[in-house]
Design a protein around this ligand. Structure first.
Ligand code: PLP
Length: 425
């Protein structure tokens, strides 16, 4: 503690403001596994949990020089406020990035956000009244579920398989919602290298999903942080490329450049774009000019596409290490997805083995993962675990999977001796 610094505040036993919070804040609770994640950050634990990109693979000296020059040459704008829609030069460069996925966008259609997480929050803010239905894949990105929950949405999950969202399941979810006299506000989907499921929406399904949504007048929110991180062939054609009026596209530089710059964007039809800008203005006035100009400078002066290739190769090697360790070490009755890009493998545990109940024992064995329950709005998914391979090197991944396999083996033994876990850690 620094001399003269007051002691850290103690947790309050009774919150004197308890009756005064807005209803939506009452539902905001810390994740049950947050405490375990603090432990999982210790170096002796191999974490297959957090979805952090491997930013150490960036040319940090070159980025440092670039940032220094940016401040020296253009500090007057980099350190100043800017507009809520975002820097015009950056928005032009974002159009070039999206062209790689065949999206033709004008810079005026783009709203820069504080990571794509903020775009999710802004969309929730402008679309969701308490109780509104949102359709979302089963499972879904935990941060999107958190944003929707903060605005008291009712999430209806739509099943996926190894080819991504199932069109028939989408039709069925729309029918069920209509039968209850309700109408979903939008469909939330991560078509490429899904977080957490690791699967990709098959090319043949994309027009079918769009057809269904167009027919039903259902807006699509296409969240695409990993689209450029495919291990085979060219990037997939974005949904937005085939429907400019019915799709809001979300992108981010978190996985292709640096998560710490917190720069993402949304491309939306004009009316939605205008609401997003107003919502962004009331949330943050404007985004960090410094971060935006850093990204713009990076895209303009650095070989960023080469760097994306470097990331792809690095993650491919880590994916391969994960899959080969799983194949050789996992007990029978475990199943997992085989991602063709991105960061995640979705592991199904044997019947009667519960991922959340198992987590403390995994941490004692010095390996961490995310239990599947966080990726379902209704808390189901206990039979699944998300393994993220982006951060540990292949040697640690192999050792992490070995430890996990041994923990699962012990759980199977416990199940056989005492019956299935209940899911309570
Ligand atoms: C599917 C998905 N959407 C959105 C985000 C948020 O990314 P960011 O706010 O860093 O742009 C993530 C981060 O992991 C993600 O996996």
């Amino acid at each position: 503690m620094t001399a003269g610094q007051p002691p850290a505040p103690q947790p309050q036993r009774v919150d004197p403001y308890v009756g005064q919070y807005a209803e939506r804040a009452v539902g905001m609770v810390a994740s049950e596994i947050r405490a375990l994640f603090a432990v999982a950050a210790r170096p002796e634990i191999i974490s297959l949990a957090g979805g952090s990109p491997y930013v150490a693979a960036l040319p940090l000296d070159a980025v440092g020089d670039m940032v220094g020059q940016l401040i020296a040459r253009r500090g007057d704008s980099a350190l100043q406020y800017c507009t809520a829609q975002g820097d015009a030069g950056l928005r032009e460069r974002i159009c070039d990035v999206m062209a790689l996925e065949e999206v033709r966008a004008h810079p005026d259609e783009i709203v820069v956000t504080f990571g794509s997480q903020q775009a999710l929050d802004l969309l929730a803010r402008i679309f969701i009244d308490p109780g509104d239905v949102i359709l979302a894949e089963a499972p879904s990105y935990v941060g999107a579920l958190g944003a929707f929950a903060a605005y008291q949405a009712h999430v209806v999950h739509v099943a996926m398989d190894d080819d991504g969202l199932i069109p028939e399941a989408l039709e069925e979810a729309i029918r069920r919602t209509a039968a209850e006299g309700r109408r979903a506000k939008f469909l939330y989907t991560v078509p490429n290298f899904h977080n957490p499921a690791g699967v990709t929406l098959a090319a043949g399904r994309r027009p079918r999903i769009l057809d269904i949504c167009q027919r039903e007048g259902l807006l699509v929110v296409e969240d695409n942080p990993y689209g450029l991180l495919g291990f085979d062939g060219e990037p997939m054609r974005a949904l937005r490329a085939d429907d400019e009026e019915g799709v809001v596209y979300l992108g981010t530089f978190s996985k292709t450049f640096a998560a710490g710059v917190r720069v993402g964007w949304a491309v939306a039809p004009a009316a939605i774009r205008d609401k997003l800008i107003l919502a962004a203005e009331s949330a943050v006035l404007c985004h960090s000019s410094f971060a935006q100009l850093t990204v713009r400078e990076y895209l303009t002066t650095q070989p960023w596409l080469e760097q994306v290739k470097t990331f792809r190769e690095l993650y491919r090697e880590r994916r391969d290490a994960t899959l080969s360790a799983l194949s050789s070490m996992m007990p029978p009755d475990c199943h997992w997805t085989r991602p063709a890009g991105g960061f995640y493998v979705w592991l199904r545990l044997p019947d009667g083995v519960h991922a959340k109940a198992m987590l403390p024992r995994a941490i004692s064995s010095r390996v961490a993962y995310v239990p599947g329950t966080g990726f379902y709005a209704d808390g189901s998914g206990g039979q699944y675990a998300r393994l993220c391979y982006s951060f540990p090197d292949p040697g640690r991944i192999t050792e992490g999977v070995r430890r996990l396999a041994s923990v699962i083996q012990t759980e199977i033994q416990l199940r056989d001796d005492f019956g299935p876990a209940t899911g309570t850690p």
